[in-house]
Ligand binder design. Structure first.
Ligand code: GLU
Length: 379
């Protein structure tokens, strides 16, 4: 049974249209903090194989801080945030250059994209970043993404590339996220300390039991992740309908090796997951305004319809078209979140009116709804 399931999960890898491959610092950097170029060359052949099958590949690569620290002579030292920011600035250019070099051997063009947390949390920036990645992929380019550690602050950063990779996978609607790490996958217990530890091959539900297996964050010599950030990343990705494979990347051509019968942990995607767009929407941390609605509008939203101006009784806040607003039901509770189709000024003019009258009120022919159902998520 498990064997059948594993075979069908392997098809998720070979059959994925779009793959995000996350590569941890520990795989890229050796004990002397030098780049493992031979390993990168071998991985490049793995990537070529995927692309030859028609699969699109996005790389999320760590290693900037570790490489830069080596170049600046601060590797192994206790570094402050600004030291890491400086190290990332020095290391990122080397990292990107190395990717360019190993993929250029196969006539593949790479593009560097550096993201900050705000780039995935702010809708406009998220859409911009998504469009850029889409454009690059349509041109056959391999985007190589990292966090922009040089400008990231303590408060506003992902801090680990596992969650960054998950947000990227969500952003580009990837079918499969491969997290290459220096462990075989998730174990029932800490495999370094306990010989009884067993590899968990399939995780369908990331519950507390699974989180407990991940244990406390591990202190790593390079990189900032650990099993727990991988679990958090897997949670984000599977909720967006993306399968996640966590497998050991230390050997050459780890993806080919996995396909040939290697081991790893699969986190399976949620079948009826809400669209990636709505996932983003539901996860936004701030809202620019509020729309108060009547019972009729609430019933319409519950049937999957758009929010029309007629059902809106009042509006709070200043927002622009495209900003996130919360929708408040007559009982005073937030029932939905959506992207406003009009600014707050326009919305105030048209609320309570029939969509037919909107042209007269606004002086132009706008959309019929205040929040389109595709841009609305019910709680
Ligand atoms: N963005 C960091 C770097 O490139 C790595 C973060 C992580 O280890 O996950 O050095």
């Amino acid at each position: 049974m498990t064997k059948d399931r594993l075979t069908s999960l392997s098809d998720k890898l070979t059959g994925a249209k779009r793959l995000v491959i996350k590569i941890g610092s520990a795989l890229l950097i050796d004990e002397d903090s030098d780049l493992r170029r031979d390993w990168m060359r071998a991985l490049a052949t793995d990537i070529v194989r995927l692309r030859d099958r028609g699969q699109e590949v996005v790389i999320v690569s760590s290693g900037a801080v570790a490489l830069g620290a080596q170049a600046l002579g601060t590797a192994g030292e206790k570094r402050r945030l600004q030291d890491n920011q400086a190290a990332a600035a020095v290391g990122q250019v080397r990292l990107a250059h190395a990717w360019q070099e190993v993929l250029a051997d196969h006539d593949i063009t790479v593009a560097q994209i550096l993201l900050t947390l705000e780039d995935t949390e702010t809708r406009r920036r998220y859409l911009n970043a998504r469009d850029t990645v889409e454009t690059l992929l349509s041109m056959g380019v391999v985007p190589v993404i990292n966090e922009n550690d040089t400008v990231a602050t303590q408060e506003l950063r992902y801090g680990d590339n596992d969650r960054l990779a998950a947000r990227v996978a969500q952003m580009v609607s990837a079918d499969c996220l491969i997290i290459l790490s220096d462990v075989d996958g998730l174990h029932t217990k800490n495999p370094e300390a306990d010989p009884d530890a067993q590899l968990v091959e399939i995780v369908d539900d990331i519950n507390q039991n699974i989180v407990d297996m991940a244990g406390a964050p591990k202190k790593l010599s390079v990189g900032s992740g650990g099993m727990i950030t991988k679990i958090t990343a897997a949670k984000i990705a599977v909720a967006s309908g993306c399968h996640v494979l966590l497998t050991n990347g230390t050997h050459d051509q780890p993806i080919a090796r996995f396909e040939a019968g290697g081991r790893g942990t699969w986190f399976t995607a949620k079948e009826n997951s809400v669209s990636q767009h709505k996932q983003w929407l539901a996860g936004t941390l701030t809202a620019a305004g509020k729309m108060f609605i009547d019972e009729g509008a609430l019933a319409a939203l519950q049937q999957g319809k758009s929010l029309l101006p007629a059902g809106v009784t009042s509006i709070e806040g200043d927002f622009q078209r495209g900003d996130t607003v919360v929708v408040i039901a007559p009982d005073g509770l937030e029932r939905a979140r959506g992207l406003a189709a009009y600014s707050s000024t326009e919305a105030r003019k048209i609320m309570g009116h029939n969509s037919r009258d909107m042209e007269d009120i606004l002086g132009y022919r706008g959309r019929g709804e205040l929040i389109h159902r595709d841009n609305l998520v019910l709680h």
